[in-house]
Every structure is written in structure tokens, then in C-alpha cells.
Design a protein around this ligand. Structure first.
Ligand SMILES: NC(=O)c1ccc[n+]([C@@H]2O[C@H](COP(=O)([O-])OP(=O)(O)OC[C@H]3O[C@@H](n4cnc5c(N)ncnc54)[C@H](O)[C@@H]3O)[C@@H](O)[C@H]2O)c1
Length: 307
């Protein structure tokens, strides 16, 4: 997994895209939000942030686990359902004008259902609400304060299921693909505002989320990733170091395979019927996909258009 410095003194000379964090030892005093911080990956990130003296806020629907954890870590616990926009308003009001400088939008659920015809409406709405709305509402609520100080970093927990087809849970796959698209589409605009946005894409991690697959995985001797390994990658994103340096990345984390930014293939670009390459649309429409389109234009039949 990513090599993470013990403290900022030993870190490479980098900070958030707009500068700032590198001058502060650890993350001392930096206000950081972790959603889904009461368990699994979020809890491991909370432990790492606490060790770095962050001003840590743990947000989770599960107060039974979250409250005692926050008390142990000297952190603040905020009980909320990330799927509810009103809960985000309540959080922003509690945080005040300072807001959060760093956030890990991590809360998530799975359906465990392979057959979408067996999936109830409530189950479907629930996973869309937590996994997708929870990140969209979170970004919408947290970004104004970050952009206002022109400094911030958001890490989203997507999944390897955001990059590959995870057939045991197609709707989970849908939600995680949605997050990758959101991160990639939004990051360039946020970079101009001094805010970095990255996604971590873990393979199977040893947390309660995968409890229904645990015995079959164990029988197959399938290696699981430990939550602290993912936390290292999340912290690297927050600190803008190592594999987490930069923005708009989808960082694949695999057991035994370390962490590596996923490299997306380009898509074929449009051409006129005569085979002549079509001109690119204006910058604000083509954005980063324009370069990919340009690169592939002459090497493919060019049937795909921009969305
Ligand atoms: N475990 C894996 O194999 C794996 C792999 C890739 C990605 N992920 C992702 O990692 C993230 C964390 O999952 P985990 O594996 O640590 O699972 P987990 O079940 O241990 O933790 C999830 C946390 O999210 C909280 N939560 C659930 N719904 C919520 C809501 N509506 N509002 C607020 N909090 C809510 C839970 O109470 C829990 O504390 C999820 O987004 C998950 O999709 C997990």
C-alpha cells in the first residue's frame, strides 16, 4: 500500500493543490469529516486522523458504535443519515463558517442481491440514497467553505466495483460507477477553486459490509485487504502525497497489489462521414475527455460522440 510519512516533517514537499497543509505538523487542528466513521474503513481513517491530531468529526447513522469511538479519540460524533439533505444542513450549521477543510465521504451500504427483480423498492432507494445522494449532498454542502478559503480535499470511497462489473451486486456496482463519473467530471472545476477530489477504489476489505460473502471467500482463500491499508491511501489523498498526490484520480487498492491510480482508456472520437475528424467542441464541453478523444480520433472508426 501507499507509503505514508509518519508526520509532515518527513513528507515530500507538497501540500494540497493550493498549498497549506505541508506547513502544519501532522494534521494538527485541521478540521476533518469522516462519514461512515463508526466502522470498517471509516473507523480506520478516523484512527489515523486522530493519531495526526486532526480536529476530527465522525458522522454516522450508528450512534451506538460512533459515540464511544469518538469519545475514545477525543473527536466529535455527529449522528446523521447521509442520504437526507436536511441532515447535511444541520451538519453545516453545527460546523459554522469554518466548515471542514478535509472530508472523507465514505458511508456506504451494499444490497447483497444479485437478482434486481428480487430487489425491493425501499432497498433500491436506500442504496442509491446512501451511496450516491450521500456523496452528492455531502459535496454540495461542504464545497462552499472549501472553495471560500481556496483550500480543501475530499476523498470519496468508491470501490473496485466502480471500475469493474461486480455481478453479485449490480446495483452496488451502479452506485460506485456513478461516484467515479462524478469525481472525474467534477475534479477539474474544483481544482480551479483550490479543492482536490479523489476516489479510492478498494477490492474486498475485511469489514462488516462483506459479512455475507465472508465464508465463501475464506473457503476460496481469497485475500482481504485490512481497513488500515485503505486508510493509508485515504490519508495519502488527504495529504496530497505519494499515490494520493493530485486530483481526479480513481485509486485502485488490491490485496497484495498495493495502490495505483487507474488509467482510463480513451474513447473513440466523432468523425464526419467522409472520415475526416470532427472538430472538438469548446473547451468547457470537451474538458479532459477532449484530449482522449483527440488521441483516439485517427486510430478508430470514430463512432462514439461526446455525451
Ligand atoms: N468492505 C469492502 O469490501 C469495500 C470495498 C470497496 C468499497 N467499500 C466501501 O467502503 C465504504 C465503507 O464501508 P465499510 O466496508 O467500511 O463498511 P462498514 O459497514 O464497516 O461501514 C459503513 C459505515 O457506514 C455507516 N452508514 C451506513 N449507512 C449510513 C447512512 N445512511 N448515514 C451515515 N452513515 C451510514 C454505517 O453505520 C457504518 O458505520 C462504503 O462506501 C463501501 O461501499 C467497501
Amino acid at each position: 500500500m501507499a507509503e505514508l510519512p509518519e508526520d509532515q516533517e518527513s513528507a515530500p514537499e507538497r501540500g494540497l493543490a493550493s498549498g497549506g497543509l505541508e506547513s502544519r505538523a501532522g494534521l494538527g487542528g485541521v478540521r476533518v469529516l469522516v462519514t461512515g466513521g463508526a466502522s470498517g474503513i471509516g473507523k480506520a481513517v478516523a484512527l489515523g486522523l486522530s493519531a495526526r491530531q486532526a480536529d476530527l468529526w465522525i458522522a454516522d447513522i450508528d450512534a451506538g458504535s460512533g459515540e464511544p469511538l469518538a469519545a475514545d479519540l477525543g473527536a466529535r460524533f455527529f449522528q446523521m443519515d447521509v442520504a437526507e439533505p436536511g441532515e447535511w444542513q444541520r451538519l453545516v450549521a453545527a460546523a459554522g463558517a469554518e466548515g471542514f477543510e478535509i472530508a472523507h465521504l465514505n458511508a456506504g451500504v451494499a444490497t447483497g442481491e444479485e437478482d434486481i427483480t428480487a430487489l425491493g423498492d425501499d432497498q433500491y432507494r436506500r442504496i442509491l440514497g446512501v451511496n450516491v445522494d450521500g456523496v452528492v449532498f455531502g459535496l454540495r454542502s461542504l464545497l462552499p467553505a472549501m472553495a471560500g478559503r481556496r483550500r480543501g480535499s475530499v476523498v470519496v470511497t468508491a470501490s473496485l466495483a466502480g471500475l469493474i462489473a461486480f455481478s453479485p451486486d449490480p446495483i452496488y456496482t451502479l452506485t460506485k460507477h456513478a461516484l467515479i463519473g462524478l469525481v472525474r467530471a467534477l475534479a477539474p472545476r474544483l481544482e480551479a477553486e483550490g479543492v482536490r477530489l479523489n476516489a479510492v477504489c478498494p477490492g474486498l476489505v475485511d469489514t462488516p459490509l462483506i459479512s455475507s460473502y465472508r465464508s465463501v471467500l475464506a473457503q476460496a482463500s481469497f485475500p482481504l485487504i485490512s481497513p488500515p491499508e485503505i486508510a493509508e491511501v485515504v490519508l495519502a489523498c488527504m495529504l496530497d502525497v505519494g499515490v494520493g498526490a493530485g486530483t481526479g484520480q480513481a485509486i485502485v487498492c488490491q490485496a497484495g497489489g498495493g495502490a495505483v491510480p487507474y488509467r482510463f482508456a480513451g474513447v473513440p472520437g466523432p468523425a464526419h462521414e467522409e472520415g475526416e475528424a470532427a472538430p472538438l467542441p469548446p473547451e468547457h464541453l470537451s474538458a479532459s475527455t477532449g484530449a482522449e478523444t483527440q488521441r483516439l480520433r485517427h486510430s478508430d472508426s470514430g463512432t462514439a460522440g461526446l455525451p
